[in-house]
Each structure stands twice: as structure tokens, then as C-alpha cells.
Design a protein around this ligand. Structure first.
Ligand code: HEC
Length: 243
């Protein structure tokens, strides 16, 4: 790569710059859409990831509203009645018990379709008792194939330059494999987490492997392309023994 012609160096540099910016923005997006909102709810990274894929099956929309924003619209007694109804399976037969509460306490505001949700009858109230089971399967399938078919192309672009650098072969072999392994591991664990909450750790591990592999290849390729020889020779431990 040191002996690249000018056009080849420009080509490699252009790829590095665009991929670098893209990768950085992907991090910003991930932070803003996945990490920050969960953080605001007091969840750490692991819990946040688990909530995205597994959901939060400890509560449902109705109960979390009644214990939160909507708390002032029910008395203790009414809350207990609604709770009993939910515990009993939120059945149509049992709805008669809670129907007066809905009519008197909720329907005044929740009378129209849209957001906030309409709450005037059994079906609508029942719809709010569904547990949050995380991202839906068809969304997961779409995300999976888009990621699997798209992201490795970027790793291919970066890797095809990186393997031509002159760093240690063992190091290059590991770094060039890491993002491919990471993306597979990551996506496999999306599916496993959908079923088992604890697999969320695998998503973080896969993502980190992908990120570290990418970053390592990026820096080492950039160093070879752009850094003066007198600096690079100090990085002996990264170079083959013969150099
Ligand atoms: C004074 C008007 C008012 C009354 C009475 C009221 N709500 Fe609400 N409710 C709202 C508004 C406004 C929102 C949207 C608030 C928001 O999202 O910040 C809302 C949101 C909700 C949500 C959705 C929360 C979410 O985003 O998941 C649920 C569920 C809910 N209310 C249930 C009820 C129930 C059950 C009752 C009766 C016990 C009730 N509300 C009574 C005004 C009311």
C-alpha cells in the first residue's frame, strides 16, 4: 500500500473518509435512538437493549399508565378493580365490573380515536392490556436481512484495503474477521433475545466486536496511507518481525 499509485491512494482515502463519517453517524444515531431514550427511563445499556428486543413483560400499557400519568383518574378502589380484572385475564365476561369506571373516569377524555388511545369499550381497553413483547417478528426479519446484506459490503470495502497493509498477518487476520463475525453474532442474538431476555448481552458483545474490528482496521489502514514512515516504524509490535 506504501507503493500505491496516487490514484489508488486517493481511492482508498476517499473510501476511508466516507466510511469513517458514516460509521461515526451510525454511532450518533444508535446513541440518540437506542441508548439515550432508555437512559432517560433509568435503564442501563443492557436493560435498554433487552427492552427493545424482548420487551418489558412486567407491565402493560394500561397498568403503567394507571400507575403513572393516569394515576389521578382512578381511586385506590377502582384501581384494585381494574387490577383484578387484568389478573383474571382481562375477559369480556369480567368487563362489566370495570365498565362503569371506564365510562365515568376515562371516556370523557379518551373519546376519540388516535393518540391518546380511545377507551370507551371492552375491545379498546383490552387492547391496552397487551404486554410489551419488544420488536415485532416481521420488523426483526426486515432489519436482519437489510443488515446482513448491507453492512458486510462496507466491511468488504474496508477489509479489501486493510489486507493490503503490511501489519502483522495474525493481527490482520483477526481484525478482518471481527466485523463479519460481530454482525452475525449481533443479529443472531436479536432473535435469541426476542425469546430469552438474558441474551441481550450477546447483542452488545456482537456490536462491540463489529465496532472494534471496524475501528481497528480503519485506523491501521489510515496510518499506513497517511502517516509518515518515521512514525509508523515506532509501532514495531504491530509490524511483522522481519521489518
Ligand atoms: C383529563 C383527561 C383524561 C382522563 C380523565 C383520562 N386520561 Fe388517559 N390520557 C389523557 C391524555 C391527555 C393522555 C396522553 C398523555 C401523554 O401521552 O402524555 C392519556 C394517555 C393515556 C394512556 C396512554 C399512555 C401511553 O402513552 O401508553 C392510557 C393507557 C390512558 N391514558 C388510560 C386512561 C384510563 C384507563 C383512564 C380512566 C381511568 C384515563 N386514561 C383517564 C387524558 C386523560
Amino acid at each position: 500500500m506504501r507503493n500505491y499509485k496516487l490514484s489508488e491512494k486517493v481511492f482508498a482515502s476517499a473510501v476511508l473518509i466516507v466510511l469513517g463519517i458514516g460509521f461515526f453517524l451510525a454511532f450518533v444515531y444508535l446513541y440518540a435512538s437506542e441508548i439515550q431514550p432508555h437512559h432517560q427511563k433509568g435503564q442501563d445499556l443492557l436493560k435498554g437493549v433487552a427492552t427493545t428486543y424482548y420487551g418489558d413483560r412486567s407491565t402493560n400499557r394500561l397498568e403503567s399508565a394507571l400507575h403513572g400519568k393516569m394515576a389521578e383518574n382512578v381511586s385506590h378502589e377502582e384501581l384494585a378493580k381494574i387490577h383484578t380484572w387484568i389478573q383474571g385475564g382481562a375477559t369480556k365476561a369480567g368487563y362489566a365490573e370495570v365498565a362503569p369506571i371506564v365510562t365515568e373516569n376515562c371516556a370523557t377524555c379518551h373519546d376519540a380515536a388516535g393518540d391518546p388511545p380511545q377507551i370507551t369499550n371492552f375491545e379498546q381497553l383490552h387492547g391496552l392490556v397487551q404486554y410489551d413483547t419488544g420488536v415485532e417478528i416481521h420488523t426483526l426479519a426486515r432489519m436482519s436481512h437489510v443488515h446482513l446484506l448491507g453492512i458486510p459490503l462496507l466491511f468488504f470495502m474496508l477489509g479489501s484495503f486493510f489486507v493490503r497493509t503490511r501489519w502483522r498477518e495474525g493481527l490482520k487476520a483477526v481484525l478482518v474477521a471481527m466485523p463479519f463475525f460481530g454482525v452475525l453474532f449481533d443479529i443472531a442474538h436479536w432473535w435469541i433475545t426476542k425469546r430469552y431476555e438474558s441474551a441481550a448481552l450477546g447483542i452488545i458483545f456482537g456490536g462491540a466486536t463489529m465496532g472494534l474490528g471496524f475501528a481497528g482496521q480503519w485506523w491501521l489502514t489510515a496510518a499506513e496511507l497517511w502517516l509518515p514512515e518515521r512514525i509508523v516504524v515506532h509501532w514495531r509490535w504491530l509490524l511483522p518481525k522481519s521489518e
